[in-house]
Design a protein around this ligand. Sequence first.
Ligand code: GSF
Length: 204
Amino acid sequence: MKLIGSAASPYVRKVRVVMAEKRLDYQFVQENVWADDTTIGHSNPLGKVPCLIMEGSEAMFDSRVIVEYLDTLSPVGKLIPSQGRERAEVKTWEALADGVLDAGVLWRLEATWPKRADGERSQAWIERQRAKVLAGIAAMSKGLGDKPFCSGIHLSLSDIAVGCALGWVSFRFPEIDWRAEFPNLDRLHEKLLQRPSFADTQPS
Ligand code: GSF
């Protein structure tokens, strides 16, 4: 398997963490999707990473589809419950974490995308997305409470998605001090960083 991605992307990191937790081998092909000469469009018409390429089949995207597929490839460390409320709960945690990222990415692009002129940047839009990021993080903290993991009693995709989202928020918006405001998220994040899957994929 080939994973096209970048070391800064939190969605790509989610896939890489799942690969590591599932002990799956893959080749990491780094691609700058923002470069004018990017070839990502040959694999993903949406021009986004992560994108998984498997021999003899169509490219697979996006990160939610990829991690769901990877979880079926090996019985090692099941990360998504197979059915019912537990499954929906994990998928909702993932939607929350990815939603924080989606809003954070929109905020960042509005503020910094070089092809947008300064006069085209909307502070109201930035505020709208920023509010989603902050509300999403607060919801993560409330949902985690005093529990050791976001859902269930073991590591699941919920924790992986939340850890990747929090790590990226710190990477791109260091002024958002979620560690001080939400010590339970800090505790979870520190615990995740003890795992090679997280330690080896910190955003850069
Ligand atoms: C989001 C992927 C994405 O926005 C997923 O895979 O879960 N829902 C998708 N990737 C960004 C890179 S990043 O911000 O992590 C991307 O490839 N953006 C290129 C573009 O043209 O939007």
